[in-house]
Design a protein around this ligand. Structure first.
Ligand code: AMP
Length: 560
């Protein structure tokens, strides 16, 4: 395995660009793909998750081979969302900072088309586009893809999930035969396979990295507080981490807005991101978050999809998500590209069971932390302030004022002066925290909580035992045992109670575009069925089934 960018065969211009971004060694997808893209021209289907470094994996070779003197469009990148479009163009721009004259134009829906037409007409070596808008621009003869040498389909599964099937077909029909095609996808559902079969030339399938490989670097913590102290706990977490740069996940749009408003009112650099905002408002919030003038982005899961901001210090679950799978997505936003990440959950006493269920799914333990108290927070903030003062650059400009400074401070002993300066900055903290109560739940309450949980557990066991002794000898829900290698369990809320049969499950999967070969063991219990699905299609199946209707039943599908 190649462990150094120098071994990849890239030019100095490109190497300088990525060195400036702090990329020290290639990620696995880069080490696997870049050398191949530089030496042959075969088509590749690459199964890789977001956050694995795939933009550079396809971007660096494209930039390397780009002929700046030729004004024609030489590469096309198709991706599902506007955010991703902008992010990919920005990344490509950064990689090629030292290769002069490259024009990268991104075009996407929801923005004025006239500007995009103008940008394309001024010349675009690389177009990064969402399928719908590109097709529109091709029809208007503003975009010309007839000369492209490389076509990249990024997050192909997501593009198809978002309903871009027809647009993709139309674009792919028009791309020149001689092009090389690269397709990146997290999963390989039937529709993606179809695209690969119909429009790619004998593609090699490369699987790189595990699901959410970044998750390996993430540590998981939880704070347990009374329900009414949830917001106070969030503020303590923010105060205890003076350099915090985090996404705070909430359950609903209303809650997202409410928490962001409260944080702003309390003096934090925070704002909300959710679906009720206009595109311009969302762009504004994201711009400020990227520039780090916002430190806390309070977001819903849906709004946060497609955002890729590296270097988050924390992901905070203000509320745990309904679906465990979402927790994995949330926490996977930190700890990317070999960096350490921290995922925090704020829970009440009743949510401990949910933490255990998440632990089972992510195969990692949470550590419970005590909510920091006034003393710890004040000390942390004070040290941060002192470190800031210690590290500040003392410029010559200050010398002109030394006489005045000495007049004012000359007589004050050093120790008093230090106290005065720190108090000046710090009194508001002392004032705020003077009255702060301990948010940790006292032992007695904890024990009572445990007792209540114990009796709940007992009654659950009794119910299970009753069901096992029942007519069909099946538990309401049970342990389906190990799944086959390379498969994952998908639990769906349909069971014997609903008269579901294995062949109906297979038809259901077929209707989602998942063939029989991708379906493994099926275990049916009273209330649930566990369906073993190939790793590559499991997430796609979940997204198709969750929330869908089965008769009058709304399905809940969870990956285990
Ligand atoms: P991507 O999967 O392309 O969206 O990349 C995920 C994140 O990893 C982005 O923030 C990249 O800037 C960063 N990244 C990509 N490659 C490397 C690398 N070789 N070293 C460090 N960071 C990287």
């Amino acid at each position: 395995m190649i462990t150094d960018f120098l071994e990849l065969g890239l030019s100095n211009e490109i190497l300088n660009g990525i060195a400036e971004l702090g990329f020290e060694k290639p990620t696995p997808v880069q080490a696997r793909i870049i050398p191949q893209l530089l030496v042959d021209d075969n088509d590749i289907v690459c199964l890789a998750q977001t956050g694995t470094g795939k933009t550079a994996a396809f971007g660096l070779p494209v930039l390397e081979y780009l002929d700046v003197k030729n004004p024609a469009t030489q590469a096309l990148v198709l991706c599902p969302t506007r955010e991703l479009c902008r992010q990919i163009s920005r990344d490509l721009g950064n990689y090629s900072k030292y290769k002069e004259g490259i024009r990268i134009v991104s075009v996407y829906g929801g923005a004025a088309i006239q500007w995009q037409i103008k940008a394309l007409r001024s010349g675009a070596h690389i177009i990064v586009a969402t399928p719908g808008r590109l097709l529109d621009l091709i029809k208007r003869e503003a975009a010309d893809i007839s000369g492209i040498g490389t076509l990249i389909l990024d997050e192909a599964d997501e593009m198809l999930n978002m309903g871009f099937k027809e647009e993709l077909d139309a674009i792919l029909e028009q791309a020149p035969e001689s092009r090389r095609s690269l397709l990146f996808s997290a999963t390989l559902p039937k529709e993606v396979e179809r695209i690969a079969k119909s429009y790619m030339k004998d593609p090699q399938i490369v699987t790189v990295g595990e699901r959410n490989a970044g998750a390996q670097n993430v540590e998981h913590f939880y704070y347990m507080v009374r329900e009414e102290d949830r917001y106070a706990a969030l503020k303590r977490i923010a105060d205890y981490n003076p350099d915090i740069y985090a996404i705070v996940f909430c359950k609903t749009r209303e809650e997202t807005q409410k928490i962001a408003d409260a944080l702003q009112k309390d003096g934090y650099d925070a704002d909300a991101l959710h679906g009720d905002l206009s595109q311009a408002q969302r762009d504004n919030v994201m711009g400020r978050f990227r520039r780090r003038s916002l430190h806390l982005l309070v977001a819903t899961d849906v709004a946060a999809r497609g955002i890729d901001v590296s270097d988050l210090s924390h992901v905070i679950n203000y509320n745990l998500p309904q679906e465990i799978e979402l927790y994995t997505h949330r926490s996977g936003r930190t700890g990317r590209a070999d960096k350490k990440g921290v995922s925090i959950a704020i829970i009440n006493q009743k949510e401990k069971g949910k933490i255990r269920r998440i632990e089972d799914v992510i195969k990692k333990q949470f550590t419970r932390l005590p909510v920091p108290g006034a003393r710890e927070i004040c000390e942390k903030q004070l040290v941060h302030l002192i470190d800031g003062i210690n590290n500040v650059e003392v410029r010559d400009d200050i010398h002109a004022f030394m006489t005045t400074i000495n007049e004012k401070w000359g007589e004050i002993p050093k120790e008093d002066l230090v106290k005065k300066i720190l108090s000046y900055e710090f009194n508001r903290f002392f004032d705020y925290y003077r009255k702060a109560k301990d948010l940790n739940i006292p032992e007695k309450e904890k024990k009572e909580g445990k007792k209540a949980e114990g009796s709940r557990k007992k009654s659950r066991q009794e119910t299970d035992a009753g069901a096992v002794a029942g007519k069909d000898k099946k538990a309401r829900d049970g342990d389906p045992g190990e799944c086959e290698k390379g498969f994952r369990w998908l639990r769906v809320n349909l069971g014997y109670k609903n008269n579901i049969l294995p062949r109906e499950i297979i038809s259901m999967m077929k209707a989602c575009g998942i063939g029989k070969k991708s379906v493994g063991k099926i275990e049916i219990f009273n209330d649930y069925v566990y369906v073993g699905l190939k790793d590559s299609v499991a997430d796609y199946a979940r997204s198709q089934l969750n929330g869908a209707s089965f008769g009058r039943r709304r399905l809940n599908a969870v990956l285990m």
